[in-house]
Design a protein. Structure first.
Lengths: 374, 594
């Protein structure tokens, strides 16, 4: 008989004599950092092939924006699949089964720092995780949008913000009121050069797409397309200045924004005479308009005047429930099943049966239909 | 010091951000100045001053940056968009660069040739070394990988002192046109600035995470219906083309402008003479200089280029020669766009088709159910094609989260539908997708294995600890998070030093008492006696037999005493010594007896 390679007492000693104990801050489900970060990224659909998200190109046609809820069950299955790698026996299954609630809870928490990790600023995964774990809260609803447009490629780095309230314009994104109502952006990334995905924590009532600030264009006005240029003048905060009075000599109509003509070069009438324009803007600062204009003493002040503020596109509380509505349970060929499931139909049905007098109706078949997906 | 990030949604504009050192070659020189006093032994004598300097040291270093080309990754964004079509006829093109100091890292005119000995004005420090020139596609020629000596005037190349064999991209255009576009020195400074933004709300971008951008804008407005090339050119040492003062402005804003024609006339030759007089033009390369002034040779017909001498392109058709004077620049970056009627950000946004994802009411309706499931044919494992339902993670309404988890295989996630008999493969697909993504990542597989192994170890330890705790009757429950050795040691010591736990039934009377023949109540039951007393009587005992409660004899009250009093009690001491001797004797006898 072969002697066993390990005796009971050696095994016991080996089990007991671990010099470093489990770190008291680690729950038993504590995942290795890379694994935790990978699974949290999966939760945010990072790396999931586009065809899984949009299985049919017609779901996201050119020049369209689509809002959605994130199906948590779907992302949970994604994580289950990832953990299934190398799962070969019942021991592995039992381990996963036992740890799954803790793993899910931790990922609900960690998924919130995925964007910070993607931006790659402010600290390592461990630092961010410990800071984030201080702020425990239950997993919320995740919503988002997909945008396929020439604007995505043409205006890289546009601003995307979501709010849980329909805030009125003028909206200052940095104001306290706006910050309080802003939803946490969980992901904001390009899936392809012309497709953008954004995920938010919570249900937005207002989504804003704003022209990227660093590519705010410089603009002038050419209303008749004749090369007869003019431009708005702007105050020190970049806002247009409404004319304080009706003065036809200056071209003022009370309340309308003030414009001034733009000088061009004699040799090339589509080249602006920048120096003369600067002088004209400086001269304008002495005109009493009620709003101070910046003194023209550098390129920043000049740029402030010729900038066109970025366009802000608002998408506000929609009631589009995509087709027939419903609670999202899977009910295949729907209309019949849905009508049967309808409470009004049920009531009517019972009434008819009651008048026929065949006794009370027990356990309507629709109950089964409702639970048909399990 | 970096200024704080602006608040969300705000932008801060800066005139310029100057680098601490301009690009170039520098020499550093280190000197020391060490002197000390030596006091004399005779205190009346003044101390002696001595110096002991270290030898001087010097060295050279270069500050380098983009000069003859600009990597496309440095460009944050351009407007109008690259290859874009749109109504840009009310916009000035511009380019945003990730590096905030780039436009000011070199001096345009380091020798101050343009100021001819006068002190330059204050804004001269703000003049960038690059400009964004906008040409129509037909107006300019972009060439790639040209030897720098062939492209630029020799005098400029001499000043630039480029490395041997350097090749650059160039853009050339008609000199008159360039002169009509080229901003003056002060205009250049007005056309470049720095923007600082808040980075929180922006989608990810590979670089440029700090929110700073330098921006160079053009001064020419695109015209609808034309194609343009925007060229970011280097103006380093180009005092030959950058005017000190801008050319004249159009006297009034002309209302009806006709296309300007025939502007090649006399101003052309005049410009050449002026430039030539600066002795910066490569006049020696021009073999037929006098012919230029001869109006008879200038033709308005176009021909094909024959050759060019430095900046001068000779265009000829049979029997005639015509000179186009070209100005060539080093091209740092360029992009094309077409100015049409529509396509600004605003127009695109307003034109968006906005719906919930999975809305079937779109053009070319996809085969969707009202739950957002897509009909999808798949080949099942029997090799037959069946139509299944698939829904991705993006759904048009809020769903409850499936509480049945975790799943261990894709088959576990497949669902059937009672109404249609169809199969829902959404979650099975998700499972497989996750599995494939994870399997593709070797590091993750290792981490998952480590995670499992760690779990097994902890679980084994917990089991062992529980077994040991049971066997050792530990005083403290073991905790897998706490070191076990101290707990075990404390328990062992404690059971050594403290007396054994009192035995509940030291004489096992309980066993005897429960024997059928000894227990009156059992006897009473068995024999059906009328009372317990009778059974006791039969067993021949009274209550005291099995140990009635015995009251302890009362302790004699003793007064409080002191150690001194006890020590003084000789009789007591001797009695104690006697007892001790007796105990020792007994012990000796017992041990020897064994």
């Amino acid at each position: 008989m072969r002697t066993p390679w390990i005796t009971n007492s050696t095994a016991l000693r080996a089990r007991m004599a671990k010099p470093a104990q489990v770190n008291s801050t680690d729950p038993e489900a504590g995942m290795p950092p890379y694994m935790e970060s990978f699974l949290a990224h999966l939760r945010m659909l990072v790396g999931v092939p586009f065809d899984y998200l949009v299985p049919d190109a017609r779901l996201l046609p050119d020049e369209s924006i689509r809002f959605f809820y994130l199906d948590r069950s779907w992302t949970d299955r994604l994580g289950d699949g990832a953990i299934a790698v190398g799962k070969i026996g019942s021991r592995d299954q039992a381990h996963h089964q036992a740890n799954a609630p803790a793993v899910n809870q931790q990922l609900d928490q960690t998924e919130r720092i995925v964007r910070q990790l993607q931006i790659g600023k402010s600290g390592s995964f461990a630092d961010q995780k410990s800071a984030n774990d201080q702020k425990q809260s239950a997993a919320g609803v995740v919503t988002g949008l997909l945008l396929r447009s020439a604007a995505v490629a043409g205006w890289p780095s546009m601003d995307v913000r979501a709010y849980d309230q329909d805030l009125a314009e003028p909206l200052d994104a940095s104001s306290q009121a706006a910050i309080e109502h802003q939803l946490l952006t969980l992901r904001l990334e390009l899936l392809s050069p012309s497709v953008l995905i954004a995920l938010f924590q919570g249900i937005p009532k207002l989504v804003i797409l704003e022209e990227p600030h660093h590519s705010i264009q410089f603009g002038i006005l050419d209303p008749s397309a004749s090369g007869d240029f003019s431009m708005y003048i702007r105050d020190t905060t970049g806002h247009q200045i409404p004319a304080p009075s009706n003065t036809p000599a200056l071209g003022w109509t009370k309340g309308n924004p003030i414009t001034i003509p733009v000088p061009v070069r004699a040799a090339n009438p589509r080249v602006l005479h920048i120096a003369k324009l600067r002088d004209a803007l400086q001269a304008e600062t002495t005109v009493a308009t009620g709003k101070p204009m910046p003194q023209q003493n550098g390129s920043a002040e000049f740029a402030l005047e010729v900038l066109q503020p970025p366009w802000r596109q608002r998408f506000e509380g929609t009631v589009d429930e995509a087709g027939q509505g419903g609670d999202g349970r899977f009910v295949g060929r729907i209309l019949v099943a849905q009508n049967v499931a309808n409470l009004a139909t049920q009531t009517a049905y019972r009434q008819i049966l009651a008048t026929v007098g065949s006794g009370p109706v027990k356990a309507p078949a629709v109950e089964k239909v409702k639970n048909g997906n399990h | 010091m970096t200024p704080p990030q602006p608040p969300k949604g705000n932008m801060v504009l800066w005139d310029h951000i100057l680098p601490p050192l301009l690009d170039g070659s520098y020499r550093w020189l280190t000197e020391t100045d060490v002197s000390y006093q030596i006091a004399q032994t005779d205190p009346t004598q003044p101390p002696v001053n001595e110096t002991q300097n270290l030898p001087e040291a010097e060295g050279y270093f270069n500050v380098e940056g983009p000069r003859f080309s600009l990597d496309a990754s440095q460009i944050a964004t351009v407007f109008p968009p690259k290859n874009g079509h749109g109504g840009f006829n009310e916009s000035l093109p511009h380019v945003a660069i990730f590096k905030r100091t780039l436009p000011w890292e070199r001096a345009l005119d380091p020798q101050e040739v343009l100021w001819k000995g006068q002190a330059p004005p204050a804004w001269n420090g703000n003049v960038p070394w690059m400009a964004l020139l906008l040409f129509e596609e037909s107006e300019c020629t972009v060439q790639q990988k040209v030897a720098i000596g062939d492209a630029l005037p020799a005098a400029i190349v001499k000043e630039l002192a480029p490395p041997q064999g350097l090749q650059v991209d160039t853009v050339s255009a008609d000199s008159t046109l360039v002169a009509s576009i080229m901003p003056s020195l002060e205009e250049l400074s007005l056309l470049a600035h720095v923007r600082q933004l808040n980075v929180e709300d922006r989608e990810l971008n590979t670089a440029g995470g700090d929110g700073w951008f330098s921006v160079v804008m053009a001064n020419r407005v695109p015209e609808a219906g034309k194609k343009y090339v925007a060229c970011l050119v280097s103006l380093e040492e180009r005092w030959d083309v950058v005017p000190q003062q801008p050319p004249a402005a159009a006297a009034t804003i002309p209302v009806n402008r006709q296309p300007v024609v025939g502007h090649l006339a006399s101003s052309q030759s005049a410009a050449i003479v002026t430039q030539g007089s600066q002795s910066r033009m490569p006049t020696s390369d021009l073999p037929i200089f006098t012919a230029v002034e001869s109006q008879s040779l200038l033709q308005t017909t176009t021909g094909s280029p024959i050759t060019h001498f430095g900046d001068i392109l000779v265009v000829g058709d049979p029997g005639r020669i015509r000179f186009h004077f070209q100005t060539t620049f080093i091209l740092l970056y360029s992009w094309k766009f077409e100015c049409t009627q529509a396509g600004t950000f605003r127009e695109l946004m307003q034109g968006l088709d906005d719906k919930m994802f999975g809305n079937p009411n779109t053009q070319n309706k996809p085969p969707l159910t009202d739950t957002g499931h897509l009909l999808m044919p798949v080949v099942d494992r029997a090799g037959e094609t069946e139509v299944t339902f698939y829904r991705g993670p993006l759904v048009p309404f809020q769903l409850t989260r499936d509480p049945l988890g975790p799943y261990h295989s894709a088959d576990q996630c497949r669902r059937g539908s009672i109404e249609t008999g169809g199969e829902d493969i959404s979650y099975a697909a998700a499972f497989e997708c996750g599995r494939l993504l994870a399997a593709a990542d070797g590091r993750l597989a290792q981490d998952i294995m480590r995670w499992r192994r760690e779990g097994y170890k902890v679980s084994a330890r917990t089991d062992s600890l529980n077994l040991v705790a049971k066997a050792m009757s530990l005083v403290q429950a073991p905790d897998v998070h706490q070191p076990f050795a101290p707990v075990a040691a404390v328990s062992a010591v404690q059971s050594l030093v403290s007396p054994a736990i009192p035995v509940a039934d030291p004489y096992q009377i309980g066993i005897a008492e429960n024997a059928v023949g000894m227990n009156p109540s059992v006897l009473q039951q068995a024999w059906n006696l009328s009372s317990a007393q009778e059974a006791i009587a039969i067993l021949g005992g009274d209550a005291g037999t099995l140990g009635a409660v015995v009251t302890a004899p009362a302790q004699t009250a003793r007064p409080n005493t002191t150690i001194d009093a006890v020590a003084a009690d000789n009789a007591g001491l001797s009695r104690l010594s006697g007892f001790r001797a007796q105990v020792l004797d007994n012990a000796t006898a017992t041990l020897e007896g064994e």
